[in-house]
Design a protein. Structure first.
Length: 135
């Protein structure tokens, strides 16, 4: 089934899973996009002032181009912050033309166990300037 990305204007929040619903307050005022296959919502992305604030893809639709389509649908330059342990996100964004622009070392509140047994301590900043990829 074909993937469709639409603006999230006026979207009914009832579709959000339990782990996504708590983020709605943080997303107030952000521009959103929703990815659908048929009538099923399979992902969404939110951005504000040139920064990607939330990117979510349904577990059963990961690695099928949903996140790529959502990020590609956001025009212009785009910044994103990820934690030092999220190697999957680092790989994803770099393969789509994002470049490392900085880091915050020892961010308070991030200390804990992360992916791949890596201790979460730092925040990496990446940015896509304009459109396209420089793989």
């Amino acid at each position: 089934m074909a993937l469709r990305v639409d603006p999230a204007n006026g979207i009914d929040r009832s579709w959000a899973e339990d782990e996504v619903a708590p983020e709605w307050d943080r997303l107030t005022g952000a521009d959103g996009l929703v990815a659908r296959r048929g009538n099923e919502i399979v992902g969404h992305a939110w951005h504000r002032d040139g920064e990607l604030t939330w990117l979510w893809v349904d577990l059963h639709h990961r690695h099928t181009g949903v996140a790529t389509a959502l990020v590609a649908a956001i025009d212009g330059s785009l910044r994103v912050r990820i934690t030092n342990d999220d190697l999957g996100a680092l790989r994803f964004f770099q393969r789509r033309g994002f470049r490392l622009t900085g880091a915050r070392i020892g961010v308070r509140g991030l200390d804990g166990d992360g992916y791949y047994g890596i201790r979460v301590r730092d925040q990496l900043h990446l940015a896509r300037v304009g459109r396209g990829s420089d793989r």
